[in-house]
Design a protein around this ligand. Structure first.
Ligand code: GLU
Length: 376
């Protein structure tokens, strides 16, 4: 990667703050001194004209502390109760600190649907952009109080990446308790090497996330969710960095060249709509297609019913689906023009037969090429 520190070029910054940094697992309370120093740092860069969005974890951990539920295995409703209690403490802590610097804050609690449903995405984007234009620092978290397992992000790494993509951020910083990506788990593998910069998210790099889940255990993410975040953000033209934020003032440290892993932004990001489709995290089904259709898709054509071999999942018209080759490798993602049930009836047939079979049609393509994004 070019020698210039990408942080020095940041204009629109998303900072994800992991639970382990904010929360003192011994006292069960907020690490106030660390947070105060972070807010001093945020003020410094905000005053330089950098727009900043915070994605902060910590609600569940803080709520546990406040409700005397540390170390207990919690049922979902109790976890949600902790999130509801902790979220107030979390926002209040940022608000109080940043107000001392005359910075206004705003709380935004998002669910998976807010980023994975196109209309809600556009709505959230408009709100965030209005806040940024007003000089406000939005503080985002997942709305853990209503999100249940099937419909939740569960980790703020991907939420932060989707947020960065949503607002067109140029830099995403994941403040963690590890100083970047290693070739293995540094706690157990003596020869695990730290990687300073990643130009390309090759399958080998992605595989490193699988075995390297070496965060402290307070939060929900791990290296795999961080690499998924890297995929989303870099494809959107946004640099991403994983750094150890445990010591005070991580932003100043990063600007001074602190050790971390930088992921290089794609120099040719897709347009905003295609980014949204390819980064979509809630595909409702999949279509396996034949070789002829794979070639057609690679040549920029739409997906026609004739090339589809099988359908799985229960998707509606307008839902996102994965497109797989005959070896079940994902090759593209797209927005379905027909529901799973309708698709089932028309696969393998000619487009001209759709009206005859269904009694109506929504166009010749199962997925129009404007709604389709190849995976690589
Ligand atoms: N949203 C969760 C919380 O605020 C944390 C998710 C994560 O650790 O990434 O407690």
């Amino acid at each position: 990667m070019e020698s210039l520190n990408p942080f020095t070029r940041a204009n629109l910054l998303v900072i994800k703050i992991g639970s382990a940094l904010l929360f003192d697992s011994v006292s069960g309370s907020l690490r106030s001194e660390w947070l105060n120093a972070l807010c001093d740092d945020i003020n410094k860069f905000h005053k330089q004209g950098i727009k900043i969005v915070l994605v902060s974890s910590g609600a569940i951990a803080l709520g546990r502390g406040r409700l005397g539920l540390l170390g207990e295995k919690l049922s979902l409703p109790k976890k949600q109760a902790c999130a509801a209690t902790g979220q107030v403490l979390l926002t209040q802590a940022y608000e109080t600190q940043l107000a001392q610097h005359d910075i206004q804050t705003a709380q935004i609690l998002l669910t998976l649907q807010d980023t994975e449903n196109r209309r809600r995405w556009l709505n959230a984007r408009a709100t965030l952009s209005a806040l940024l234009d007003l000089g406000v620092i939005p503080i985002i978290n997942e709305n853990d109080t209503v999100a249940t397992d099937e419909i939740r992000y569960g980790d703020n790494d991907r939420l932060a990446a989707r947020t960065a993509q949503m607002i067109g951020a140029d830099t995403l910083i994941l403040l963690s308790d590890i100083d970047g990506l290693y070739t293995g788990d540094p706690r157990h593998e003596a020869d695990a090497r730290h990687l300073k910069s990643i130009e390309d998210l090759t399958p080998d790099i992605i595989a490193m996330g699988g075995k390297a889940n070496f965060e402290s255990g307070v939060g929900s993410g791990g290296m795999a969710t961080k690499l998924a975040a890297a995929q989303i953000s870099t494809q959107a033209g946004c640099y991403m960095c994983i750094m150890d934020g445990q010591k005070n003032s991580p932003l100043s440290r990063l600007s001074g060249g602190e050790r971390c892993t930088w992921f290089k932004a794609s120099q040719n990001p897709k347009d905003a709509r295609r980014q949204w489709i390819s980064g979509h995290l809630d595909a409702k089904g999949s279509l396996v297609i034949d070789e002829g259709a794979v070639t057609a898709l690679c040549n920029g054509k739409s997906l026609l019913a004739a090339g589809v071999v099988s359908v799985t999942g229960a998707f509606a018209k307008g839902d996102t689906v994965k497109i797989l080759d005959s070896e079940n490798q994902e090759i593209a993602q797209g927005i379905a023009s027909y529901s799973a049930e309708e698709t089932q009836k028309i696969i393998g047939t000619k487009s001209s037969q759709i009206t005859e079979i269904l009694g109506y049609d929504y166009g010749a393509a199962l997925i129009h090429r404007d709604n389709l994004v190849m995976s690589q």
